[in-house]
Design a protein around this ligand. Sequence first.
Ligand code: NI
Length: 260
Amino acid sequence: MLIDTHAHIDMQNYLQNFDEVLSAAKLNSVEKIIIPGVEPSGYERIIELVEKYDELYGALGVHPGDSNTFNDETVSKLLKFGLNKKIVAIGEIGLDYYWDKSFVNLQKEVFTKQIEIAKELKKPVIIHDRDAHFDSFQILKSTGASEVGVVMHCFSGAVEFAKRCIDEGFYIALGGVVTFKNAKKIKEVAKYVPLDRLLLETDSPYLTPEPYRGKENRPAYVKYVAMEIANLKDVPFELVAQKTTENAVRVFNLDKVENG
Ligand code: NI
């Protein structure tokens, strides 16, 4: 069994053939999928999907790139919808200095507020950290986010940063990038991170793993991520599947969610 801990399958391009996307996932042993939220206008759709399908879970958050839209109404929405049992995390939230560095302070403020909401709801956080390792780490540490659980989504740091994250109790989520030939840094991270701290994800529709790189991504392809990690660690695929599934169940408390 595999779990795709990060797939934006609430996007329009999937909704047209949604059942096919889910059955392809099932055929490839992907038994659970977490849909992260990026903006409040999408929360109702995520709730609708996770209530309709047993295998789907959701997270709610405001992406750092949309920090300027965050307001009191957003806070109420997060607190209200966040009570839903199938909403298993707050995310994706974090810092992104790649696209626009002009509103760094606002990003930090919105990130911190959302960690506080996660702590109030007692749900883990899914972190988007792009070109902002130092500040993301500082905020996660100073807010005590590891109390609720921290998932470093699409981890892009080097081994040294992975070590610091692991020392703080964070989980490292790896996706399609690990299968790319030129991704030496992330391959080193995959070798380094202990199996009891790794999570699998696709980040669908982005970052499609080999051998489908360049095409649209889907949760079924998370198996290629697991295969490459098994290959790099020189351990059986089944062990990677088992450990990463156990980790996802633990950090997202999936065994406590009542389905149906
Ligand atoms: Ni994402």
